[in-house]
Design a protein around this ligand. Structure first.
Ligand code: UN1
Length: 491
């Protein structure tokens, strides 16, 4: 098994005395690679190195930084097959999704490369004569990126690409379940021409490495995607840094009586069981009109039972394993909770240890009431709750009756219902006649309520998280002009 160190100043380092940890292939529990458990000292070293490198990187004109990003995209594209297989091996999502993960990384680097020639500010008239006003973007400095395992290439890329094009340097702490994916991404960035020291990667535990990054005095920003509990820790401990939080979801698909049920079925299967339900955008609730509830339930159960669990690298597999033992336990805990709450378990509800990996049978609960814990809390596994409603108003009320607000969807052919949903659903993203997953990188991604702190990633807003706005006034009148005070002289 290959042993990997930390990545600091463009080199792999193995500080003395550090423990190691192993990332597992969740399909067969075999070790994929061994990594170094970094310490607070290592974070300090990485931050200091990043500060050195950041100045030179920021001095490079933004279009040139963009060119390097474009080269990252090219290299990733060339390696897509190999990297996609790595994602499936280390994370467990099926190969088509592993390749999609890499594609999302390619897309964001390509998109943010173009930002190098935009990074727009505003110009606006002055209230005084012979005075010019505009805004421009400046880098934050050195930022800490803390990323999850469910999109082990795409999410680090979502953060790296805008951070880099804005002229920041970074200290990245990837999830300990998928460090090799992050390592390969960082290596690819450097091969493409990101200078040594601009990206530093410190692997290790959240308690030690993560917490130190979050509290570090010399970091100007933290971008975190992960659980709500850790997100709250970031909010409480990051101090005055710029903080971007992308936390959980409890996303619903609404199905109205006029919907194309076959289409809705495909959307629910993909939303609830794609990536084995391990997306923050996963559809974990299905809110169905009473007229079609029984019919839809039958359709869903039939198909859910036929989904093939197995090796994510095999073309015939529909669903891979969960990420680890804890994920299986958590999903199963919610199955028990659902039963205790008297929701009706119609299929699934058990782990499959005999398959050798962390597999969990696709699970459907029906007759779920909106207040039940299985309909309120994020499970992050292949478990979906069906609820019956009378009309679109009630559907939206149920959809909104949760603490999260990330993604949402409605299946209907009635334009009034569609627009009512768009207007009233409390979520950062609403899909019409499509599932809750499938965000594209040139649109802003993020949620409201307890999904985060309002940050949007990707798209034109993606650079907000990683840049400061400077306001500039240029007075070419040759005399002292006083805003507000000289107001009467203007006439
Ligand atoms: C996440 O689950 O953390 O729309 C991100 C989607 C993906 C991104 C999901 N493009 O599901």
């Amino acid at each position: 098994m290959k042993k990997y160190g930390l990545w600091i100043a463009g080199r792999e380092v193995y500080p003395k005395g550090r423990k190691t940890f192993v990332s597992l292939n969740p399909t067969n529990k075999r070790a994929v690679a061994s990594f170094c458990s970094g310490s607070e000292t290592d974070v300090n070293t990485a931050v200091a190195v990043a500060h050195q490198a950041q100045k030179k990187w920021a001095a490079l004109p933004a279009p040139q930084r963009g060119e390097v990003l474009l080269e990252v995209a090219r290299l990733l594209r060339r390696r897509k097959q190999q990297l996609g297989r790595l994602v499936s091996t280390e994370m467990g999502k099926i190969l088509s999704e592993g390749l999609g993960d890499v594609q999302e990384a390619i897309d964001i680097f390509e998109y943010m490369a173009g930002e190098g020639r935009r990074l727009f500010g505003h110009t606006t008239p002055s209230e005084l004569r012979s005075k010019f006003c505009c805004t421009m973007r400046r880098p934050l400095g050195v930022v800490g990126l803390i990323t999850p395992w469910n999109f082990p290439m795409a999410i680090p890329a979502w953060k790296l690409a805008p951070a880099l094009v804005c002229g920041n340097a970074v200290v990245l702490k990837p999830a300990s379940d998928t460090p090799l994916c992050a390592y390969e991404l960082v290596k690819t960035c450097e091969e493409a021409g990101i200078p040594p020291g601009v990206i530093n990667m410190v692997t290790g535990s959240g308690d030690e490495v993560g917490a130190h990054i979050i509290r570090h005095e010399k970091l100007a920003g933290i971008s975190f995607t992960g659980s709500r509990v850790v997100g709250e820790f970031v909010a409480a401990n990051a101090g005055l840094k710029r903080v971007g939080l992308e936390l959980g979801g409890k996303n619903a698909i609404i199905i109205m009586d006029d919907a194309d049920l076959d289409l809705a079925l495909e959307g629910v299967l993909f939303g609830a069981f794609g990536t084995a339900g391990q997306r923050c955008t996963a559809a974990s609730r299905v809110i169905v009109s009473k007229e079609v509830k029984d019919e839809f339930e039958e359709m869903l159960v039939k198909r859910a039972e036929r989904l093939r669990l197995g090796d994510p690298l095999k073309e015939s597999t529909d669903i891979g394993p969960l990420i680890n033992e804890n994920a299986v336990k958590k999903t199963h805990r919610y199955t028990e909770i659902g039963k205790k709450e008297h929701a009706k378990l119609v299929t699934g509800g058990y782990a499959l240890p005999e398959k050798g990996g962390f597999f969990y049978k696709p699970t459907v609960f029906t007759n779920v009431k909106p207040h039940m814990r299985i309909a309120q809390e994020e499970i992050f596994g292949p478990s979906v709750s069906l609820m019956k409603v009378n009309d679109v108003r009630e559907a939206i009320r149920v959809c909104n009756g949760i603490e999260y607000g990330l993604s949402s969807a409605i299946y209907t052919n009635d334009i009034q219902k569609a627009f009512t949903a768009i207007e009233h659903i409390e979520a950062g993203i609403t899909y019409v006649n499509a599932s809750t997953i499938g965000a594209e990188v040139h649109l802003p991604f993020g949620g409201i309520k307890k999904t985060g702190n309002g940050t949007r990633e990707a798209g034109i807003l993606g650079v907000e998280e990683f840049s400061e706005v400077k306001t500039v006034y240029i007075d070419y009148s040759g005399k002292l002009q006083k805003a507000q005070i000289d107001v009467d002289k203007r006439k």
